[in-house]
Design a binder for this molecule. Structure first.
Ligand code: GDP
Length: 455
């Protein structure tokens, strides 16, 4: 494999910048561009050490004063010889150091290539590699915690244990194929069925965990509905704690949708602010209103906001109609003003009601508590719980369960044992695709292409 190099810190300026090199020629390249202050020969430097010195260019001019960390194969991120050059964090410097690496025999790393090598070289499996990108992209503490546990191998171990069990039952089956004269099929079939039930139970529990996994990863998608001037923008601002949306007295100014994330109990709440539900006056607003209804259809929870200082009108009734069969929370807004609303129609649809003032902030905590209660947020990602948060994993678990079903059918229909064996083997394949044992090159490429450069 070629020796690769890349800038691993985010583009832009920062206190320090890191250029990473991995591969056989790492130290050879370093020898040409780095002079340690104590002039120690690079071959004598041990792994897991950091040396202070200068990066120099072709003319022996100093490019930057740096710290270089050494990792000797196999004890490195990629299991290859590696080093990380910590330079000052300016783009000119980092680009220059990278260029020197490339001029001296390295090739530019592809996105995710360092982690891909860690996977291809067998240090981590595919779920662990995928956890790396999830950690980087985590929006909340809980999401990061679940990804860290996946990086530590919790999901791999779980899947690995199921695969091990399947392999041992496969051994029994093969024995009965090889020695049919012993007529052990009857007992074996019963045993396999019980075993498949067990496997299915474990897979089902993983599949179910995806509901929470998806909440952790994508957040709870929340849409705020309310007629013009009900206080949607004010509520959004209150929730976001900043002036993100335009708040105004002119009706219908929140024309398009705005999306923001906040955390409640460590779970991202994705809030989509939409145009007011109203008889659209112009094209832009029409799009907004139509979109509002569309988004409400797709959201996990609707926050419907009503202005208690005004009588309910037809738009309010439309909103009640939209939310009555959906997961929703009703906000009675402007409790700091005189109450002119008739609650009958609102109470009729039997949804949680929160009285609040988007202006003073009263009621905000109650709203968060209600959302937390609704999605049982404090029960998600408790210690030791294994959560599948990756769509690819979930699909493969589903496939595996389908093959469990096919295997059971094959047994119940008295199919020959080699047919049963084939479908059980398929379960192994599906699970192996999660951890990477049986995955295709295309899928590997696709997974790593989503990584950032230098990781
Ligand atoms: P939207 O059209 O639904 O987005 O409503 P806005 O958030 O723009 O609010 C419309 C008007 O109502 C603005 O003048 C807000 O300051 C005011 N408003 C919003 N919430 C409250 C509240 O709880 N109390 C009072 N007194 N005024 C509010």
């Amino acid at each position: 494999m070629k020796t690769i190099a890349a800038i691993s810190t985010a583009p832009g300026t920062g206190g320090i910048g890191i250029v990473r090199i991995s591969g056989e020629k790492t130290f050879e390249i370093l020898e040409k561009i780095f002079i340690p202050k104590n002039k120690e020969k690079i071959e004598n430097i041990k792994g897991y050490t950091i040396k202070y010195g200068n990066i120099i260019d072709e003319k022996n001019d100093i490019v930057d004063e740096v710290l270089v960390s050494y990792f000797k194969a196999p004890k490195s991120y990629t299991t290859e010889n590696m080093c990380e050059i910590n330079s000052h964090g300016g783009m000119v410097i980092m680009n220059k150091i990278l260029e020197l690496c490339l001029n001296n025999g390295a090739v530019l790393a592809e996105p995710g290539e360092f982690t891909k090598r860690a996977f291809l070289n067998g240090r981590i499996d595919l779920t662990q590699a995928e956890a790396v990108i999830d950690i980087i992209n985590s929006k909340t503490d809980k999401e990061a915690k679940v990804s860290i546990s996946q990086l530590e191998g919790s999901l791999s171990k779980n899947i690995g244990d199921i695969r091990k069990d399947i392999l041992s039952i496969m051994a029994d089956i093969e024995a009965s194929i090889d020695y049919p004269e012993y007529d052990i099929e009857e007992t074996t079939n019963g045993k396999i069925l019980t075993f498949l039930d067990e496997v299915d139970k474990k897979l089902l529990s993983l599949e179910k965990s995806f509901y929470n996994g998806k909440i952790l990863r994508d957040g709870i998608s929340t849409v705020i509905l309310g007629r013009p001037n009900a206080g949607k923008s004010s509520l959004l601002n209150l929730i976001l704690n900043e002036e993100r949306a335009i708040v105004t007295d002119i009706e219908g100014t929140t024309r398009d949708t705005i999306e923001e994330f906040i955390q409640i109990d460590g779970i991202p709440l994705k809030i989509i602010d939409t145009a007011g539900i109203r008889d659209a006056r112009d094209e832009v607003e029409k799009i907004g209103v139509k979109k509002a209804i569309e988004i409400a259809e797709k959201s996990d929870v609707i926050i419907a906001i009503f202005d208690i200082s005004r009588e309910l009108n037809n738009e309010d009734l439309d909103i009640l109609n939209i939310i009555k069969d959906k997961n929703s929370i009703i906000i009675l807004n402007k409790i700091d003003l005189e109450n002119k609303i008739n609650y009958e129609k609102i109470k009729e649809i039997n949804k949680p009601i929160i009285e609040m003032s988007a202006k003073t902030g009263e009621g905000k905590e109650k709203l968060f508590d209600e959302i937390s209660k609704m999605f049982k947020l404090n029960e998600i990602a408790t210690d030791g719980e294994i959560i599948v948060s990756n769509q690819r994993h979930k699909q493969l678990i589903k496939n595996a369960r389908k093959n469990v079903e096919l295997s059971r059918d094959a047994i119940n229909n008295n199919m020959p044992i080699d047919i049963i064996s084939t479908s059980i083997r398929q379960i192994l394949e599906d699970l192996g695709e999660i951890t990477g044992e049986t995955v295709t090159e295309d899928i590997i490429s696709e997974i790593f292409s989503k990584f950032c450069l230098g990781k």
